[in-house]
Design a protein. Structure first.
Length: 78
């Protein structure tokens, strides 16, 4: 499937800004109200991707390990 571009309108939602995904796009990606997605900042803009709890867990563990072994990692970098 090639990239499809669609206009999305931003709205104020409490103290945040929200975007509405067009229904045909939500249907193609099996998205429903209440589903969680990740917003990833890239050089090209914002990438929306399905939320992956396993990936989030792995990233948290890697971050914790980096903090724990910071002196050793600093030595290895030299």
């Amino acid at each position: 499937m090639g990239a499809i571009t669609m206009e999305v309108t931003l709205r104020r939602s409490g103290g945040s800004v929200s975007a509405t995904i067009p229904s045909e796009m939500a249907r193609r990606f099996h998205l429903a109200p209440g589903d969680r997605i990740e917003a990833i900042e890239t050089e090209q803009g914002i990438l929306l991707s399905p939320f992956n709890p396993t990936l989030q867990e792995a990233l948290a563990l890697a971050s914790e390990a980096a903090r724990s072994y910071q002196p050793a990692l600093r030595q290895l970098a030299q």
